[in-house]
Design a protein around this ligand. Structure first.
Ligand code: 5GP
Length: 122
């Protein structure tokens, strides 16, 4: 999938669309999902133009990847779910129903979740 510079998250990064930010550093932005599926539902995105996890892994810099992984942990802790538990999900590509073609990880928390099967993950 090619990167579309006008995807929703690119527009949030450019400040063209508002978002409730919960974390930001040089490489990462995190904001509340517009349609929460759990009491805690944060989207974490790299600031670079990456479509998917495999794209990011192949072409992201070590600094970007380290920042992204560290940010997800820090946000989980900052959202108060590190002890109670949380789920990190990144939908990539058609079979995963990726809606926005800019890499994002969902952090879900604040309630009990079902098993890891896709039908149970909401
Ligand atoms: P996906 O299905 O691609 O993994 O997740 C895309 C997510 O982006 C969905 O959970 C959806 O609610 C969220 N989303 C879509 N448009 C917007 C928006 O304009 N602002 C915010 N904050 N979230 C959005």
């Amino acid at each position: 999938m090619a990167y579309d510079k006008d995807n929703i998250f690119a527009r949030i990064l450019r400040g063209e669309i508002p978002a409730t930010k919960v974390y930001e550093d040089d490489h990462v932005l995190a904001f509340e999902d517009i349609a929460h599926l759990a009491p805690v539902h944060v989207l974490v995105i790299p600031k670079g133009e990456y479509v998917s996890w495999d794209d990011f892994a192949a072409t992201g810099t070590d600094a970007e990847i380290a920042a992204y992984v560290r940010a997800i942990g820090a946000i989980a802790r900052g959202q108060g779910v590190a002890e109670s538990g949380y789920r990190v999900v990144s939908n990539c590509g058609p079979h995963a129903n990726q809606e926005v073609a800019h890499l994002h990880a969902h952090i879900f928390g604040g309630r009990q979740f079902g098993g890891v099967r896709p039908r149970d993950s909401n």
